[in-house]
Design a protein around this ligand. Sequence first.
Ligand SMILES: *[C@@H]1O[C@H](CO)[C@@H](O)[C@H](O)[C@H]1NC(C)=O
Length: 414
Amino acid sequence: MAGVWRCTLAVVALMCVCLLDSADAVGGAKSRPRPQRRPPKKPKVEPIGPTASPAQNIDIERMTGIWYLLTAASKCSYLINHGTKVEPTVMNFTRSSASDETLFVRTKTRHNHQCWEIVQVYYLTPTPGQLLLKGARPEQNTEIVIWDTDYESYAIVYYQKLGKITIKLFSRSVDDLSEPVLTKFEEHAEKQNFGLAYLFPFPTYSHCGTVDQNHVISKLKLQGPEHKGEAMRNTLLKMMVALMCALAACADIAPVNDFDLEKMAGKWYIVGFATNAQWFVNHKANMKVGTAMLVATEGGDLDLSYANLNADGTCWRMTHLAKKTETPGRFTFHSQVWNNDNDMRVVDVVYDNYALVHTVKTKEGVSEVLNKLYSRTPEASDALQQKFTQFSLETGILSDNIVILPANAECPEV
Ligand SMILES: *[C@@H]1O[C@H](CO)[C@@H](O)[C@H](O)[C@H]1NC(C)=O
């Protein structure tokens, strides 16, 4: 039993990473071709309401049965990185009895050619069509709203957790949905600021059939007597939480709590670099440690000045004014040089030691992730390197593209 669970643990750990954002780094399935689309419009800046209300009076009984996940609209880094490699996902909604206040949800998806089934319970609420997936703490609950459905062919479902929204389009069959439904979904997603770059189509073939009991994950199993160690139990529970979150709403990478701009300022060395961007794949072998000078402006923005000494003794320099957002530790800026929009978050920081900086770069509707490891010293400890590698893997960077940079002389200060 222990052996099975160790194996389960390992795979579940991997799954967390993948499912955390409903995507899979390794799977080989290709997405279905996207239907023809209208040219992207400028996203309307429309604040996301507290919670979407169902568009109609939902009859939960008629929602039971099989639903194939066709498309997810989400801003998860993991999905952005691996959106073309998501695995076929199918859900089976069942009720134990009409009077029962719950909906059983079995999700089948694949990881590394292995089919898994995850069992969840959605609680009904007094509002028809509005459901609740309970988290470990109330603030981690996920609100689920069946926003629009005809019961027979499609359903548009909202998942909201910690203020983040994921919208999913489900279909009763794997055949492509009608164009009007796709258009409806896209328009709806666009209203919530999910442009085409944030729509992830799922494969419509190779769904899992029967899943053997060793690969069924449910909370009930976690409470079973076979897990004696408290630590083990906690680990599993934590993973379950990650999975739950994964299966429902994709949480964005959040900046660190209590971000302190003043303490972030000063000189840093960029000692780690991780991105799947093609330019990096081509040039990573030649990249070395560079410096970053961070200056806090009076308005709360961050002046970034980067410098790297080239092999020929010249200096490559770049500056950005990273503008603060309403979330401390999150900044945005437009790069003139690369013509891209940058959404940057300080994810983890010990101000006199290191900082993990996660940036989503978007150009012409295509996004990619760049993680940087900032260090106050030119060399990062092994522990820090590991932390950076782990974080980068979790945000979907391939291990080959996670680089601890070799030492380098510095550019003169300007
Ligand atoms: C959906 O789940 C129910 C209850 O477990 C089961 O009886 C039914 O066969 C499932 N449907 C499919 C297609 O797997």
